[in-house]
Design a binder for this molecule. Structure first.
Ligand code: SF4
Length: 361
């Protein structure tokens, strides 16, 4: 067994372990964990400094998860776009392939709360997913997801990557993961040597709070980047955890410094069991306004809402950046609230052949 597997094995999972560790009511813990499984591995637990801090809130079960009257089990209607159980095929040229229901930690805000840690994805289901992708030539880009694909053993993951790389029409493979930030010991040299055989390979990593950027995480991301894998980040805005311009600014700057390019800042999905963590949309817009002009453009993510019921992602910008737009000019307000005019190009009026002396000659 590798070191990361030993660490994972020592995770807090059971209600009595959690209630003893965090001095919580064990009956309440039992009820929450029965509905939504918990896993806090010892590395991630070591980042918790005190009760209710931004790391604690991400992973310690909360009774409020059971009282959500707003959220829905499958907020993005992934099941409606699922031709076979392991695949979500919403956009024509891209598909999501789920490899596992396991993760390095079970995030309380997870969009796939309905099945992570609960409903297993068998190897046969994954094989059928690969068959589906092989049979659909329009799919050029596959996103490996779950659960967390990097929780699979190297051999299992390689078998899947090899199977996908044998599909001639598939150009890009992306991996969506929280492992580099939540269990960085998993990013071994051996794993990176294996991954680099399957380029072009991209990785989008889930990071929520700047306290997750530790020395171990910097080493893990450095190894992946050295293996030639472009790294992007995905961050969900969460109430009382990272809903603050200064926190997001610090996170984005730290990510860039460890070679992870900020990619998406997400408005939280309408997932059942997470309503107490959702922020108003204005909060994300204010944060985006606060980043503009104050940090490198390289460190600014795209703020998006993934529309309920599978409507897709919509990029959101603070509305007051564009004050007015007409044929002559665009009036814009910059990050210091100063107003500027950007002139539109002047087009020649359309040529009037009937009234033109040259044409009549
Ligand atoms: S690691 Fe990803 S899939 Fe797993 S619980 Fe966290 S957000 Fe959900």
């Amino acid at each position: 067994m590798e070191r990361w597997q030993h660490i994972l094995k020592k995770s807090l999972i059971k209600a009595h372990q959690l209630s003893a560790e965090f001095e919580l009511d064990s009956a309440k813990m039992e009820r929450v964990v029965a509905e939504y499984p918990a896993r806090i591995n010892p590395y991630f637990k070591s980042l918790i400094k005190e009760k209710d801090d931004p790391i604690y809130r991400q992973v310690v079960p909360d009774e409020q998860e059971l009282f959500d009257q707003v959220g829905i089990d499958d907020p993005l209607n992934e099941e409606g776009d699922s031709p076979v159980p392991s695949v979500v095929h919403r956009y024509q040229d891209r598909a999501l392939l789920m490899l596992t229901h396991q993760c390095p930690v079970y995030c309380r805000f997870c969009t796939r709360k309905r099945f992570v840690g609960k409903v297993a994805i068998s190897r046969e289901m994954v094989r059928k997913g690969i068959d589906y992708i092989r049979a659909h030539e329009e799919i050029k880009d596959v996103i490996l997801s779950g659960g967390d694909p990097l929780i699979l053993k190297d051999k299992e993951l390689e078998e899947i990557l090899k199977g996908l790389r044998e599909i001639p029409h598939l150009d890009i493979i992306r991996i969506g993961t929280r492992v580099p930030g939540a269990l960085p010991q998993r990013i071994t040299h051996k794993l990176c040597r294996m991954l680099r055989k399957y380029h072009p390979l991209y990785m989008n990593i889930n990071f929520i709070h700047p306290r997750e950027i530790t020395d171990e995480v910097a080493i893990a991301c450095g190894r992946l980047a050295d293996a030639g894998i472009p790294l992007g980040s995905q961050t969900v805005l969460l109430r009382g955890i990272n809903d603050d311009p200064e926190i997001i600014k610090e996170l984005m700057q730290k990510l860039l410094a460890i070679r992870v390019k900020p990619y998406y800042l997400y408005q939280a999905d309408l997932t059942r069991g997470t309503e107490h963590m959702r922020t108003p949309v204005e909060c994300g817009l204010e944060i985006m306004k606060g980043l503009q002009g104050r940090i490198s453009g390289m460190a600014i993510p795209k703020f998006v809402i993934d529309l309920p019921a599978g409507g897709g992602k919509i990029p959101m910008l603070p509305p007051d950046f564009v004050i007015d737009m007409n044929e002559r000019e665009v009036l814009l307000k910059n990050y210091e609230d100063k107003i500027y005019s950007y002139p539109q190009p002047e087009h020649e009026p359309e040529h009037d052949k009937v009234g033109c002396d040259d044409c009549l000659r």
